[in-house]
Each structure stands twice: as structure tokens, then as C-alpha cells.
Design a protein around this ligand. Structure first.
Ligand SMILES: *Cc1c(COP(=O)(O)O)cnc(C)c1O
Length: 403
């Protein structure tokens, strides 16, 4: 069976994790701090804080911005549930926007949904393809949109407009106008979950690029405390001679990354461009070349003049397939020993959100996209022969089901 996206666990990873284990320091410490420094360099961000998941990172930043009941956060309907759940955790309301024709959230839909309660917008770089950040940044800075913004704390007053908190769970390494995601919005959060491009088993990182007069370094330092129970010192500082006494300055969270996770991340990041992205691009290009010969294939866009994907998910669509036919095609592909997936079931289709009152008919493009979408295997160790096996399995399955 060809799996969907197993991690690359090789001797380099094992050696680096071993090194952390043997050092005796396994929680947040020198490897996490080094990983943060390397992520700043790699993404071109002002500051980076590592956390134990992207979900934790997103929630931390919504809470940092002081979200509360009555506040609204605009998110795409077409995303993973984490994007919505973190808003709900804060007591605020996720307002779901439909997507455009390339999987990412529609700017027109966002603009229509803005109200005086809108505090933040959370775009998602689906599959690793960056959203239209220039347009999005321009939108929140536009006079009439700014005039709708109603700050209710000091940070919101300082920003003076809606916050852009990008869910960049898929898009580390992707570029927008030559700049890496993470550096093009106020805040962006990457995921290092096991199935993501760059993994630390579980983990995430917050890239901070808040505009003047925010002091990103000071915010980073405070977030270190907020993500560790509000303790004025972390375990490493406390372990130093005479450093035992600490204070608690707030009821913080337990969101810190461990050095075992960071050990994996250090190796993954060091080889990310040259090995990971190069191989993933090759797989994307191979799929696109093969499927472009077929009329039924609606190919994902992953490189344009000003954007380049991180090649996270290859989102193939089968033109004209109904949801039922798509499901049948998936069954046929599995019968040929190839694992595929669907990204995503739009949130309004899922029980929890449906019960909250979100209606699938309000998101026609998300529904149309979901119905005929199939995500294909993409991972470092997928060989050229296996790429061919995947292509053959898809073509055979589509021919059989669609005639
Ligand atoms: C994976 C994912 C997340 C959550 O990442 P974790 O690190 O597992 O918390 C959030 N948003 C999207 C779009 C994702 O795919």
C-alpha cells in the first residue's frame, strides 16, 4: 500500500533526538531556542515562538489580541476544524467565508462579512498555496473598513484595524512576492504535526511581524511567559544556580515546545529547501504533467508569477464528478493499494458546526470544490515508480467510474 504522507524518520533525525535525550535536557531549552532562531532566518520574520501545536499557537494569539464573546473572526469554510475551534475556545464567533476557485478564501466574501464586531481575519494557505496577501492587507487598511473596526482594548487600539492572523499550517517555505509566508502578515502560525511538510511529531510556531509601534521582541518575551503558566522564568532559567525563585504573573497556558520536538525540527529545517521542497515539487510536477493529458482533470494551481506553494497537498479535482462518483473513485484507487484523502469536508457539513446553524448552501464554491476533490500522496520517500503507480491508479479509477 502506498501511504498518504508518512514522515521521513532517518538516522539524522534519530541522532539529533538522541542528542537531546543524552543531554539530559528534554523540555524547552537550547534546541528550542536554536530552532526559533533558525526559523526567524528561514522565514524572514521579526520573531518566532515555538509552541506544542499550531492550534495552541493560533489560540494563544487570539487571546493575546483579547478576543471575547461578541467578537467575530472571519475564517474560510474550507479548512481544517482547528481554524474554527480556536475562535470558539475564546468565546468569539467564527464567521465563515466561501472560497474562490483556487481553494483559498475569497476576498470578496471576506469583505461582505466584515461588521463592527470583526476583530480578526484568519486566511488559510490551503495546500501550501499563499492567499492574496497584498489585497488582504490593503483591505484591512482601507479607510471604510478601518472605520468599522471597534477596538475594545489597548492592543486593538494600537493596531487600529482588524488583525490578520494567518493559519499557515500548510505553507512554511511558500513564497508571496518573493517573501516567505510568515513574514507577510501581522501574525502567522505554522504546524509541525506529523503529516505536515516539516514535522516535529507535534508542534507549531508563531511568526510575529506586527507593525509599528508594536515591539515584536517584547511581545515574544511576554508570550514565552504566557505559553508557560505565566511563570516569570522557564525551567532552564530556574535550573541555574540561585535561580529557583520565580513568580507567576498571569494564569498562562501550557503551550511550550520540548527540545525533543525541536531536535527533529532542526534537522527538518536544515534540509527543507534542498531536499523536502525539491522532492515535493518534483512529485507535484509529475502529477500535473501526467494529468494535464486528461480532459477530466482540473489541476491545482501551485505556482504563479508572484506565488509559490510549499507543495503540501496535491488537490486534484475530477471535472463533472458528483460527490458519490468521487467517493467511488477513491474506493477504486484504494483497491489499487494507493492511499488518497479529501481536503476538506467544508466545516458546515460537520455536525458540530451544522448544529450551530452554519448552512452548507451558503458556501456553494466550497461545496463544488469538495465534491470532486481527491488529494494524492506527496511525501519525500515516494519514489518515481510509486508516482507512476499513483497516476495509473487514478486514471484507471476515473475511467472506470466516469466511463
Ligand atoms: C494541521 C492544521 C492545523 C492544526 O495544526 P496542529 O499543529 O495539529 O495543531 C490548523 N489548520 C490547518 C489548516 C491544518 O491543516
Amino acid at each position: 500500500m502506498i501511504p498518504f504522507s508518512p514522515p521521513k524518520i532517518d538516522q539524522r533525525i534519530i541522532d539529533e533526538v538522541n542528542d537531546a535525550l543524552r543531554s539530559g535536557w528534554i523540555t524547552t531549552g537550547p534546541k528550542t531556542k536554536l530552532f526559533e532562531k533558525n526559523l526567524i532566518e528561514y522565514t524572514g520574520s521579526k520573531q518566532v515562538l515555538c509552541v506544542n501545536s499550531a492550534t495552541a499557537g493560533l489560540e494563544l494569539m487570539l487571546r493575546w489580541f483579547g478576543l471575547q464573546p461578541g467578537d467575530e473572526v472571519i475564517i474560510p469554510a474550507y479548512t481544517y476544524c482547528a481554524t474554527a475551534n480556536v475562535v470558539i475556545h475564546c468565546g468569539a464567533t467564527p464567521v465563515m467565508a466561501d472560497i474562490g476557485d483556487n481553494f483559498n478564501v475569497s476576498l470578496e466574501a471576506i469583505e461582505r462579512l466584515i461588521t463592527p464586531n470583526t476583530k480578526a481575519i484568519m486566511p488559510v494557505d490551503i495546500g501550501g498555496f499563499p492567499c492574496d496577501y497584498e489585497a488582504l492587507n490593503a483591505l484591512v487598511n482601507r479607510g471604510d473598513i478601518k472605520a468599522k473596526f471597534t477596538p475594545n482594548n489597548e492592543k486593538q487600539e494600537q493596531l487600529g484595524r482588524m488583525l490578520i492572523l494567518s493559519d499557515a499550517a500548510h505553507s512554511i517555505g511558500a513564497t508571496y512576492n518573493g517573501q516567505r509566508t510568515g513574514s507577510v502578515t501581522d501574525l502567522a502560525v505554522f504546524s509541525f504535526h506529523a503529516v505536515k511538510n516539516l514535522t516535529t511529531a507535534e508542534g507549531g510556531a508563531i511568526a510575529l511581524n506586527l507593525p509599528e509601534p508594536f515591539d515584536n521582541r517584547a511581545i515574544y518575551e511576554h508570550l514565552c511567559i504566557t505559553s508557560l503558566h505565566g511563570q516569570s522564568k522557564d525551567a532552564l532559567a530556574k535550573s541555574k544556580k540561585g535561580g529557583w525563585r520565580y513568580d507567576v504573573i498571569e494564569a498562562g497556558y501550557k503551550f511550550n515546545m520540548t527540545d525533543l520536538q525541536a531536535a527533529m525540527g532542526l534537522v527538518e529545517l536544515a534540509r527543507y529547501d534542498e531536499e523536502t521542497l525539491t522532492r515535493r515539487k518534483h512529485i507535484f510536477d509529475s502529477y500535473t504533467e501526467a494529468f494535464s493529458a486528461h480532459d477530466w482533470a482540473y489541476l491545482p494551481i501551485y505556482e504563479t508569477e508572484n506565488k509559490c506553494s510549499s507543495y503540501h497537498l496535491y488537490l486534484l479535482r475530477v471535472k463533472g464528478a458528483t460527490e458519490q462518483q468521487r467517493d467511488q473513485i477513491i474506493q477504486e484507487i484504494f483497491d489499487q493499494e494507493v492511499s488518497v484523502n479529501v481536503h476538506y469536508q467544508p466545516l458546515p457539513m460537520l455536525s458540530y458546526y451544522k448544529n450551530l446553524g452554519y448552512k452548507m448552501e451558503d458556501y456553494p464554491q466550497a461545496l463544488a470544490t469538495y465534491q470532486n476533490e481527491i488529494s494524492l500522496p506527496v511525501f519525500y520517500n515516494l519514489s518515481d515508480a510509486e508516482i507512476q503507480t499513483v497516476i495509473n491508479a487514478v486514471v484507471t479509477a476515473v475511467d472506470k467510474v466516469m466511463g
